[in-house]
Design a protein around this ligand. Sequence first.
Ligand code: PMP
Ligand code: GLN
Length: 385
Amino acid sequence: MPTYKHRFQSKLPEVPQSIFSVMSALAHKENAVNLSQGFPDFESDSKLIQMVNNAMINGKNQYAPMPGIFSLRRAISEKMELLYGVSYNPETEITVTAGATQAIFTAIAASVKKDDEVIIFKPAYDCYQPTIELFGGKAISVQLNPEDFKIDWELVKSLISDRTKMIIINTPHNPSGRILSKQDMLQLEAILQNTNVLLLSDEVYEHIIFDEEQHQSAALFPALAERAFIVASFGKTFHNTGWKTGYCLAPAALMKEFQKVHQFNVFSVNHPTQVALAEYLKTPNNYLHLSNFYQQKRDLFLSLIKDSCFTFVPSKGTYFQLLNFKNITNETDVDFAIRLTKEHKIASIPISVFNEAGLDSKNLRFCFAKTDETLKQAAAILCKI
Ligand code: PMP
Ligand code: GLN
């Protein structure tokens, strides 16, 4: 290949390779137990896999309709009705996406113009800020206190101006495992009530919430729902992150703008997978059991490491657990995560990469979406450190 001789001006000069790719590759190279990138190390339900096979055999192999197949949009709408008692019109208010990542990208692309401000909370999931910046927007970061990750709503209120286009929230929260309470959502609702500020609510872990807590979807709060793009991921819910299927919900006027971008961004999403998911969603227990399933894994993991030198506050949702290593070393979290992978053969995610100005609170994130076997193996290593 001849060398490219011209000067390429990067649109994202500061953006490195994602930490998920970096740590998973290192785990692979070092043959380490991989609790870094968030994906299950067990299979999706064989019934669901069979349904995808059947859809392929039955000829569902050409483009799906642009917003997603109707039966899947209807099943999503029924799920929203069942869980939250709210109605999203499958004709005009739901789009099936290539995972939540594409839903987030498309919602931001459709909304954010040059010099618009978007408020995000740090530690923040890694795709928010680069996507905002790609469209000329400016991320206004609110760094959460790494002890309790609580949001100071008065501070948020003070940051809102005519330039504010959007706020992005994420509950249950990756990486902290904290959740927003009803009180949080009411405060956000009060702040946004008489503004034009949009809400992007990342709810990919809505079905993974522990200790009898209820997920506070933005859909439940009318003054939030009327301005919200809500994004979800089937990969997180049905143990098939590699299928990259998710969806976005929004009131018709917002969804119309979302779809204008979606049609040129991907046009439509994997067809046989949609057919299978539409069928599988008809059984609510396929997602309702998830909190119990993952709570057992969280509890197993925490009981096994309770006597280790790591300290923790139990995760309230997601399949991530933060472990603090202040008592072990004063290395940076990145250095320690790399050393743990190379020397101790266990991979995690250092949290500073999601923080403002790389704030290092000496926390590593461990994914417990793993077989009990893997969790026992991981805990045995952690207890020796
Ligand atoms: N948001 C958050 C908070 C996530 O943790 C993830 C990763 N699953 C995504 C969005 C992206 O989801 P998907 O894999 O469906 O693109
Ligand atoms: N959401 C997953 C995590 O938090 C990673 C997804 C990805 O690799 N982009 O680990």
